[in-house]
Design a protein. Structure first.
Length: 588
């Protein structure tokens, strides 16, 4: 199956053959086979429609705008200024807007920066300024020089928030750092005076989780890429092609920052990052490229497939979209013309509803200023999700999904919006259907390792059996420390009334301080509650230096003695040949 939305190839069928299968050139020609597994996906999720944006009463003269999530709800907020008045505006999930402002004199220099401090949901907003005003009183001939006085003011914190401020995760701990030409504030690196700091372009070109710098050379008209070493500075590694019209994004979905630049009025070329250099990619030709205004070009993932797409405003009055598809850009448009959005140019891309997918926030009709109060949604949900399976037995499985972006009451920042399984329905035949539902909580993001650390708890609601009025549940609690991510800490089985039927507890000995991390399951406890009486059975384990259980003791009923049984194993490791898991003796 070829996905309508992403263009990716999706597995549609798996067939199991017997030993008598005849294979020629990698293709099964004949043989005994079982009925196939068949897979279906929701891959056509294009559903273009206009929606209201959460930003209220946005002034037409709002400038210096920035778009980011300011309160941790995954809905992008808008912040900016009006002429010489610093103004802050937010969407806020409670559906009320707030603003604060202060006046600045003519000639003031103004900077707006947003920095996330640690794992807090709400970043710091720095609206800073600097100005110097000289006032002179003209004196008559022979009365001496004019009388002048100078008034200066600055909130740049010694140049930390000024014209050369760069905010990104340069040392790789998942938190924002600040580098300027005057000062540096690193969140983890001990060295606070990094070397080879040149350039204002910020991107992760080699995918190591650390932000790198790009320095534009106006003479050669290219950009020198300097990679962060994570501890003390930047290393010059490679140079981009001509920077004219360069747009930076991940055009092939591999997690590295690539470059799209204007080769000519009607041609665009992609250069793919390999980590240490840029490899020349395809040249894409569209005559319509020539109509895209130079100040109206954007890069964002518009269709939720994890690849950056090219968005351009045609003659400042219409929006055009080119989707990344393999080695080309595919123009996507509505029927009857080449535009995605007629009469409305796009101001910026933002997630306005917290579903993890970008929307097109548009200017006023046929002008590139202000906002018309609406946005365009291109897709209804994440594409290419598996929604159905036909089993060889003839039974069917169907799945539905929801999104998770962190717990509202959790003050920790949870960056991604995840698509998670909401329910799974099994139909063994045409007359029966059993649905299992899932609820998630305690999702955690591991900032140090830049990865999802799993959910703290998943509650599984099982199908009701005959005679049951309420569905039973299974509550599973997981470990989230770096060495034990995804391991079960506890599992509780309850009936529909919430009565505990049984419980399983797992204990671990961990070392999260250094690589290689270790997590050893030292004990397992099983609790049963027959007739309201709790009984506990316990198994303990002792491990050797290779992480293998050399002693295992089954304690039986912990309330009694004499029913313990210990299993002991010996081995003779052959470390030279990496043979360490062959047991020589086992004793009971």
């Amino acid at each position: 199956i070829v996905s309508t939305t992403s263009g990716r190839s999706l597995l549609s069928k798996v067939t199991e053959y017997g030993r008598n299968a005849v294979i020629t050139n990698g293709i099964v020609k004949s043989g005994t086979k079982l009925p196939s597994y068949q897979f279906t996906y929701k891959h056509d999720v294009f559903d273009q429609k206009k929606v209201s944006i959460p930003y209220r009463n946005i002034p037409h003269n709002l400038t210096s705008t920035k778009v980011t999530d300011l309160n941790g709800d995954h809905i992008d907020d808008l912040i900016g200024r009006i002429k010489h008045r610093v103004t802050y505006r937010s969407d806020d999930v409670t559906r009320h807007s707030s603003s604060s402002s202060s006046s600045l004199p003519q000639g003031a220099r103004y900077w707006l920066y947003i920095k996330r401090s640690g794992a807090s949901k709400k970043p710091q907003i720095k609206a800073t300024y600097a100005y110097s005003i000289t006032t002179c009183t003209e004196r008559g001939s022979g009365e001496g020089p004019d009388l002048c006085s100078t008034k200066s003011a600055s909130t740049t914190e010694g140049g930390l928030y000024a014209d050369t401020t760069r905010i990104a995760d340069f040392d790789g701990d998942g938190f924002d750092d600040i580098i300027t030409d005057h000062r540096q504030v690193m969140s983890r690196a001990e060295d606070q005076k990094w070397s080879n700091v040149k350039g204002l372009l910020i991107a992760d070109f080699n995918g190591d989780g650390r932000a790198d710098l790009g320095d534009i050379d106006p003479q050669k008209r290219d950009i020198d890429i300097r990679l962060s070493n994570g501890t003390s500075g930047f290393i010059s590694k490679f140079t981009t092609p001509k920077f004219y019209g360069a747009l930076y994004g991940d055009y092939n979905g591999d997690g590295l920052t690539d470059v799209l630049y204007s080769k000519s009025g009607h041609k665009r070329q992609i250069y793919y990052s390999t980590g240490l250099r840029l490899a020349a990619g395809p040249i894409v030709h569209y005559s319509a490229f020539g109509d895209i205004h130079s100040n109206g070009r954007l890069v964002a993932d518009a269709n939720g497939d994890g690849r950056s797409d090219y968005i351009g405003n045609r003659k400042q009055d219409h929006t055009r979209l080119y989707l990344s598809r393999g080695d080309t850009l595919l123009q996507y448009h509505t029927e009857g013309h080449g535009d995605l959005i007629r009469d409305y140019p796009t101001a910026f891309m933002a997630d306005i509803d917290g579903d993890g997918i970008n929307e097109f926030v548009t200017h006023r009709k046929k002008v590139t200023s202000g906002f018309d109060g609406r946005a365009t949604k291109l897709i209804s949900e994440r594409p290419d999700m598996l929604v159905g399976v036909v089993l060889p037995s003839g039974g069917q499985l169907s799945a539905s999904y929801t999104t998770y972006g962190g717990d509202p009451e959790d003050e920790r920042w949870f960056p991604p919006v995840l698509t998670v399984l909401a329910s799974l329905t099994e139909k063994p035949n045409s007359s029966q259907a059993f649905t299992t539902r899932f609820a998630y909580s305690g999702g955690r993001w591991d900032f140090d390792n830049r990865r999802f650390a799993g959910f703290k708890k998943i509650i599984t609601t099982l199908p009701k059996l005959a005679g049951e009025t309420k569905a039973p549940t299974v509550e599973t609690t997981y470990r989230q420390d770096v060495s034990s991510v995804g391991k079960i800490a506890q599992r509780i089985w309850k009936d529909g009334n919430g009565t505990i039927l049984r419980k399983q507890v797992e204990e671990y000995s961990t070392d999260n301080s250094k690589l290689p991390y270790t997590s050893l399951n030292t004990a397992s406890l099983s609790y049963t509650y027959d007739e309201g009486v709790e009984r506990v059975q316990k198994t303990t384990r002792i491990f050797n230096s290779y992480g293998q259980a050399k002693y295992r003791t089954n304690h039986g009923d912990t309330a009694k003695s004499g029913d313990e049984r210990t299993y002991t194993r010996w081995s003779y490791p052959n470390k030279d040949k990496y043979i360490i898991n062959k047991w020589a003796v086992e004793a009971i």
